[in-house]
Design a protein around this ligand. Structure first.
Ligand SMILES: [Zn+2]
Length: 349
């Protein structure tokens, strides 16, 4: 099911790339493709102050609330908030909570198509278009209400989710895996292989930085080398996925060359690995690519049951097309080797 509200449109700056046209395009395409005939839409609940305080500091909460109450503006060079953004941010965090609740109660997948996104926000700071860390708020909600010990956050946004990483860097119960463009070449300049977590959390922060120019073949190959082992050995009790579509070749913010086939594949692959998941929308800034990629991704979550046409291939067909070591770049091979070197004390990669 999809968790969505048109109230997300109230967090809006038409001159900013992260604006209401994003979620509107996604929902419109899902409707045009008749996906919404078979996938229900549910309204997000609103997160409470208590929900937010499990992750964010009281001063951070008050700061954003006051900033919005005074009319909003820019929090830093690229993150805006309007007079309504605090309320919308509570709804985006609440959407993530609604999604995890639904999955906890037996849904195979629930997808929070919410804004503003969250994975750059840490306990003390909003940044990178994100106000609060929606995913962490959902994890902490689950952790308090259900006796779970192993959460896996998998993030395929083209940027590193430095907020998630910061929040869980020393926490062995919440493993964060991110595949993203090489941080030497893109915001936020963090997310290197050597950042593996610290203290008790050492070995539970796994970064897969990809060179500019990487494509479906690189991504599918390296993920198939890493994810099965992690799922087998970490045995997540709950999977949260941060879906970013800014690694698409048409996206203006990255130099990664994925297309709809990858997003379809990753939806189906994750479903095959875990069987259920809550998903939280992150980036994606070319409206056409974002909309089509989301439709493909959801078709993947549904194991291609929604759109069985030539254009929408199942995971085996996609792997036939792209999964070939000869198509994988030298940099990707080297990245895997470095990851294995760093993680051999923790996982049998
Ligand atoms: Zn991004």
């Amino acid at each position: 099911m999809i968790i969505y509200s048109s109230d997300y449109n109230l967090h809006q700056d038409p001159n900013h790339i992260e604006n209401k046209d994003r979620t509107n395009s996604i929902m419109e395409n899902l409707s045009n493709q008749k996906i919404l005939d078979s996938v229900p839409i549910l309204n997000p609940e609103k997160a409470t102050t208590e929900d937010l305080l499990r992750v964010h500091s009281p001063s951070q909460l008050n700061y954003i609330q006051d900033f919005c109450a005074q009319g909003g503006g820019y929090l830093d060079f690229d993150t805006y908030a309007t007079s309504q953004s605090y309320d919308v941010a509570l709804l985006a965090a609440g959407g993530a909570i609604t999604a995890v609740k639904k999955v906890e109660n037996g849904e195979k997948w629930a997808y929070s198509v919410g804004r503003p996104p969250g994975h750059h926000a840490n306990r003390e700071k909003s940044m990178g278009f994100c106000l609060f860390n929606n995913t962490a708020i959902a994890v902490e909600y689950l952790r308090e209400l259900y006796p779970k010990k192993r959460f896996l956050i998998f993030d395929f946004d083209v940027h590193y989710g430095n907020g998630d990483a910061d929040i869980y860097y020393q926490d062995p119960q919440v493993m964060y895996i991110s595949i993203h463009q090489d941080p030497h070449t893109i915001f936020p300049g963090k997310g290197f292989i050597e950042e593996i977590g610290s203290g008790k959390g050492e070995g539970y922060n796994l970064n897969i930085p990809m060179s500019p120019g990487s494509d479906n073949s690189d991504y599918i190959w390296i993920l198939k080398q890493i994810l099965p082992t992690i799922f087998d050995e970490f045995r997540p009790e709950f999977l949260l996925v941060e879906s970013g579509f800014d690694g698409h070749s048409d996206d203006p913010l990255s130099q990664i060359n994925l297309d709809e086939d990858f997003f379809s594949w990753i939806g189906e692959y994750l479903m095959d690995l875990q069987g259920s998941m809550a998903v939280m929308l992150q980036g994606g800034y070319n409206l056409t690519a974002l909309a089509q990629s989301n439709t493909s991704f959801i078709n993947g979550l549904m194991q291609q049951k929604l759109l069985a046409t030539e254009k929408y291939k199942d995971r085996n067909k996609i792997e036939e097309n792209y999964l070939n070591r000869d198509k994988v770049s030298k940099n990707t091979l080297l990245t895997l080797k470095k990851i294995k070197d760093n993680f051999s004390p923790f996982f049998g990669l």
